[in-house]
Design a protein around this ligand. Structure first.
Ligand SMILES: Cc1ncc(C[n+]2csc(CCOP(=O)(O)OP(=O)(O)O)c2C)c(N)n1
Ligand code: SF4
Length: 440
């Protein structure tokens, strides 16, 4: 028996009677009905009361995003999973009508792409969290904080906008509909973009200022000229399907050339979590990318996460790389297996973020000769990365040194990665790295 998707008996963070609670319950029931593996469900929440839901999910991934942009984040997840992964991930967006108004172009784009994303639009006709302001979805004559004499502008028919955007599944429901759970489940199971708009009550503001009850939501829809129910359900290829189809031929050619399957045997049988730290502009992330590519040539799974200041060309540059024979389900590094520090900027940032405090006794720390590091639980091994190879090759030299010491990947895999990405620099890079490898 799988763990439940929602936290059991969790107190809801909404006002009493808020429609968000009913949608959440129906969404939870839809997940129970579908029995999707929780690791293959990503709940992407928007800003607003609707976005308070993250803590109520026990097992699926949750991502809390910026106002109006949740669909864009979910589209990114779906496209990456369908193009690079196994196309199993189901991102489900929880967004209010305020967020849907702000980010409407993201919904239009996701619909055009037919990204495998489900968007649950919680339409309570106003901005709830900020005090009941008018949204593009407020009905005519609706009283809101910004339209105290009644809204003079007709509401947007989002379902029609998305039908015109070629969305492959579009529905509009009311919270009290008996089949709400089924329609949400159908939307999630639908292969491609699906939007379910749910008309609901904001009891914090809307029902205080308007003679509105749950039973009257149907009349609101009628007055606005809204169609209800499942308005479109059709099959067309998702963006990922199309991408894979177009890429098939190219890949077939590529495989012929490269020989299908791994080209080298990895030396490691367990995951390796590396943190690389240096200075922006000194090719730290390029070195991490080459390490990742070398690992992929050995058939390993790889993740790379980069961090640098917004100015990009100044300050630190950090890459976190995980290489693993197993699928990598969590990309964070709690306790690194190796830390490569090639500049003072990088060292300062690792100290500031607490990464250095998380090293274990077995962590391999390779640092440039002159860099100050605090006392660590493990020994620090020093190399003249910068002076021997130059600042722009120091990070790659540290990678080569780590490979040389651990044998996690054969050095030939790294040389091949460098040759494929930077053929013109191959000779000079090899000569530079040779200097550091010979000194050990
Ligand atoms: C870009 C941006 N604009 C404005 C805000 C302020 N803000 C926070 S919550 C909110 C209202 C959200 O309304 P809605 O999306 O309808 O969700 P609800 O609160 O009704 O669930 C606003 C405008 C913000 N956080 N970010
Ligand atoms: S203010 Fe409105 S949307 Fe927010 S929790 Fe209260 S009832 Fe729900």
């Amino acid at each position: 028996m799988m763990d439940p998707y929602l936290v059991k008996d969790a107190p809801l963070p909404y006002c009493k009677g808020c429609g968000h609670g009913l949608v959440l319950r129906a969404f939870g029931e839809a997940l129970e009905k579908l029995q999707l593996p929780p690791a293959e469900v990503a709940v992407v929440t928007d800003i607003g009361c609707v976005g308070l839901a993250d803590a109520l999910f026990a097992t699926p991934h949750t991502v809390h995003t910026t106002h109006g942009r949740s669909t864009a984040f979910a589209t990114g997840l779906a496209l990456a999973d369908s193009v690079l992964g196994a196309a199993r991930l189901k991102p489900v967006v929880m967004i209010g009508d305020g967020g849907a108004m702000i980010g409407i172009n993201h919904l239009v784009n996701a619909a055009l792409l037919n990204a495998d994303v489900t968007v649950l639009v919680h339409n309570n006709f106003m901005f709830g969290m900020t005090g009941g302001q008018n949204s593009a979805f407020s009905p005519l004559e609706f009283v809101t904080a910004t339209t105290p004499a009644g809204n003079a502008v007709p509401p947007l028919d989002l379902a029609q906008v998305l039908v015109a955007s070629r969305a492959s599944f579009v529905a509009r429901k009311i919270t009290s509909d008996h089949d709400l759970t089924d329609v949400i489940a159908r939307a999630i199971a639908h292969p491609g973009f699906a939007m379910v708009e749910i008309l609901e009550l904001c009891t914090g503001f809307a029902t205080k200022w308007n003679p509105l009850t749950g039973a009257q939501l149907k009349q609101v829809a009628e007055k606005a000229g809204y169609a209800l129910g499942v308005l479109r359900e059709e099959r067309r290829p998702t963006f990922g399907d199309g991408y894979k189809e177009r890429g098939k031929e190219a890949r077939r050619e590529g495989n012929k050339e490269n020989g299908a399957g791994p080209r080298f045997a990895a030396g490691t049988e367990v995951a390796q979590r590396l943190v690389m730290a240096g200075t922006a502009g000194e090719r730290v992330q390029t070195a991490a990318m080459l390490l990742g590519q070398a690992a992929m040539l050995c058939g390993l799974h790889v993740t790379q996460k980069n961090d640098y200041p917004v100015t990009q060309g100044t300050g630190f540059s950090i890459s976190e790389v995980i290489l693993s024979p197993e699928e990598i389900l969590f990309t964070g590094i709690e306790e690194p297996d190796a830390v490569l520090v090639v500049s003072a900027d990088g060292a300062r940032e690792l100290e500031r973020t607490g990464m250095l405090a998380r090293v274990a006794e077995e962590t391999l720390v390779l640092a440039d000769t002159d860099i100050h590091l605090p006392e660590l639980r493990c020994t620090i091994q020093r190399f003249a990365f910068r002076s021997a190879t130059g600042p722009k090759t120091a990070a790659l030299a540290a990678v080569a040194q780590w490979l040389d010491m651990t044998g996690a990947l054969p050095m030939d895999a790294l040389w091949t990665a460098i040759e494929e990405r930077f053929p013109k620099e191959m000779e000079s890079t090899r000569a530079s790295l040779g200097k550091i490898l010979q000194t050990t």
